[in-house]
Ligand binder design. Sequence first.
Ligand code: NGS
Length: 349
Amino acid sequence: MRHVRLYVNTRQDLLLRTRCVKTAMLLPRLKRRRWKTLILQVFATLLLLLLLASSLRWKDRDVDDTCPVDPPNLTGPVNVNLQEAPVLGDVSMDHLDVTFGGYWRPPNCTARHKVAVLVPYRDRREHLHIFLNHIHPILKRQLLDYGVYVIEQYGDEPMFWKGLLYNVGFTEVLKNRSYDCFVFHDVDLLLEDDRNKYSCSSSPRHLSVAIDKFNYTLPYKQLFGGVTLLSASHYQTLNGYSNLYCGWGGADDDMYLRLFHKKLKITRPDKTVARYKMMRHDQTKLNPYRFSLLKTSQDRYGHDGLNNLHDMDYQVVSVHQYHLYTHIAVFVATRKIQATNRLVTNSTD
Ligand code: NGS
């Protein structure tokens, strides 16, 4: 009995022990297998998610969300209110969707173009407020991705250096943002029809074709002033504006000559939509050197413009982002500019 029990005991024991050993040996293997399955499952899920995400992205790409060529909210003729300058705070309240710095982009589609509007400015606060109140709704209706820049001349220099300010504005703006094209805009011109589009064009464009001051007719065929549009690369090709024109007249004619020499054809929208009202103001000082400068335009344009800005005596005093525009304050020194004038007139007269 004892022996049997011993035997039984031993056998049971053995069986038990073998099972234990087997189970003991099996357990880590099972665990390992379970881990492997788990890891495989996680990998498979991740792969699935990745595939799903990329297919969604492709789907997104297939859906063209580019804004329409003909924005649907254009009104055509625009009411131009010249009677009273709006309070800028009120204008701000009407444009809470404009980002500080004067930036806006369509919320529901991708704009076709990124456009910077450059406005050279001095001493015309009322005009500026009227201009800002007028331009923002139009640019929004045109579904542009845009920024408005006011380049103000500081200092006691009596003459206004529009070409220089445009060049400084262009250079400063591109330091922080990229733009496809630039609108060069006199502050006193208000567009009367929002179908005159400020969107980029493959050729330089003269936008202010019909101004009330000229009875809505083009005063002369070569006019390229008021409101114009150039791609960033064309502006660079042309070496920007001449830096040498001060006071009223000639800088735009010089730009026309640059375009002519570079064989860049000017296009114009139809005069039925390219209509503007000009805000009245005192005549700014005439540029006495404008005709002599125009005579030598062809010889100068390669080295008078964007590429010799560093030789001009100006300083960017500040760049400040107000709600409806970015303000670039440019100090223009009288002394050096007068010296430049003397140099130019001596060599040309
Ligand atoms: C020409 C000026 C242009 C000026 C245009 C229209 O005579 O600079 O009148 O001026 N050219 C010269 O003086 C050489 S406007 O009345 O629109 O300010 O843009």
